[in-house]
Design a protein around this ligand. Sequence first.
Ligand SMILES: Cc1cc2nc3c(=O)[nH]c(=O)nc-3n(C[C@H](O)[C@H](O)[C@H](O)COP(=O)(O)OP(=O)(O)OC[C@H]3O[C@@H](n4cnc5c(N)ncnc54)[C@H](O)[C@@H]3O)c2cc1C
Length: 367
Amino acid sequence: MSSDFVVIGAGIAGASIAGQLAAHGKVTLLETEKNPGFHATGRSAAYYAPSYGNDVVRGITVASEAFFREPKSRFSTAQLLKPRPSIFVADKDQTNSFKAFMDENPNLKRLDSKDLRLQVPLLKPGILVQGAMDTVGGDLDVDAILQGFLRQFLEFGGVLHVNAKVQGLIYQDGFWQIDTDAGHFSAPIIVNAAGAWADQLAELAGLKGLGLQALKRTAILVDGVDNIANWPLVVDVDETFYFKPDAGQLLLSPADESPSAPCDAFAEEITIAITVDRIQKVLDIEVRKVNHSWAGLRTFSPDKTFIVGFDPRCEGFFWLAGQGGYGVQTCPALADIAAHQITGSHNIVSSEEVEKYNTAMQPERFL
Ligand SMILES: Cc1cc2nc3c(=O)[nH]c(=O)nc-3n(C[C@H](O)[C@H](O)[C@H](O)COP(=O)(O)OP(=O)(O)OC[C@H]3O[C@@H](n4cnc5c(N)ncnc54)[C@H](O)[C@@H]3O)c2cc1C
């Protein structure tokens, strides 16, 4: 089973690059699990936040916006990005953090405590004293985005193999020989889109990992809070909690970042209790029952910028990893920049954007 490109990992990173590459050659997409998107991608908070992350992350997020706002009908008929503002909030002890945040995002609208309570009437008085509103953010339809890329990939003749964990990688005579649970594959170029497992995958190929770290994040859903449909996403400026409406329920997270080995992450009771406690400190609600809880791994490179590029230590080994907490909101532009490095063509970002971000994302910065 020979192809031009083999993409390993069918989360949002693997699906988006597979969708792009399929226009340029025969692509095979390999996934350990039974369903694409089973790990981080299927567990995200599904939010598009252009003021989140470092300057490269913010730039690539903004470069993805038009793709989400005006999807081509062949890609998806769903509304991929539904407007919902975000508000970054601070209490009286967070003046320095808030100032640093505003220095990075000077165009956001400042809110005082009265404005904050107009946006979220259930905020307890006197706790949160200032905020900054970003009106450009919104809810992403993660499943429609994932399915859109997979459809594009399949329409161009791509082949997806699930239950196909890659177990061995050897480079021989210009081809990667790839052993999986579903058989043997080969291609001159492989794309490492294995999320939390990306360093382990490199090690299978005999390459030392690049220092990726998976951090576990928990979320819960609660109901019984009325009139929340138009609430913004509310994020503590030091990222110790966030909450937002989610299909009639309230999604709450303690924004935890516990280092974890790659695994099928789950929400721990203690973290669920911490979540409820943090949110009840700022919101006048009483959480009696948690309807659903989950956790996923957000995987970061040492400088929290994506890793996108060919590994200089061997032929044909391409990294698309370190998506951190921004992998969904950046996927169209990031895959386009990656595809440009592999095929020389791009169709979502501008040439200036490719130029601007390529260097900052190369794997050799960690070698
Ligand atoms: C709670 C939470 C909230 C989040 N909120 C947001 C948000 O609001 N907005 C946003 O943009 N991002 C958010 N994120 C981050 C986002 O989900 C990730 O950045 C993104 O999903 C990463 O995609 P990925 O494809 O790199 O990883 P994954 O989705 O984990 O996919 C990697 C895939 O590789 C497969 N794989 C691994 N090893 C092998 C192997 N050897 N062989 C074959 N397959 C393999 C895995 O099975 C997996 O399916 C959030 C994450 C979490 C956990």
